[in-house]
Ligand binder design. Structure first.
Ligand code: HEM
Length: 65
């Protein structure tokens, strides 16, 4: 939750994006599609099996941390 392991901690992600436009939908897309280059050299693997609603629920959970 609050320390970096492979990817950034959820609290760091929440601090970076809370209050930005479309934070939840943008993070939902990052969670579903994976991502690279925003936090460091490691890439986030895609989780393509998630529905849009599941990805949005995860994004909202992360933003609450
Ligand atoms: C429930 C599972 C997970 C959730 C909800 C989650 C969520 C997130 C979020 C919201 C971000 C920020 C994306 C952005 O800035 O646009 C992120 C980044 C990242 N995650 Fe995850 N993640 C999960 C699992 C994983 C796993 C299993 C790995 C690796 C084994 C991983 C590695 C990374 C990395 C390396 C980044 C930074 C990517 C970059 O630099 O752009 N994540 N994750």
């Amino acid at each position: 939750m609050d320390r970096k392991i492979v990817g950034p901690s959820f609290t760091e992600v929440a601090a970076k994006y809370t209050g930005t436009d479309d934070a939840a939908t943008s993070l939902a897309a990052s969670i579903k599609n994976g991502g690279a280059g925003k936090w460091g050299a490691m890439a986030m693997p895609p989780m393509a099996g998630l529905s849009d609603a599941e990805a949005l629920a995860l994004a909202e959970y992360v933003l609450d941390q």
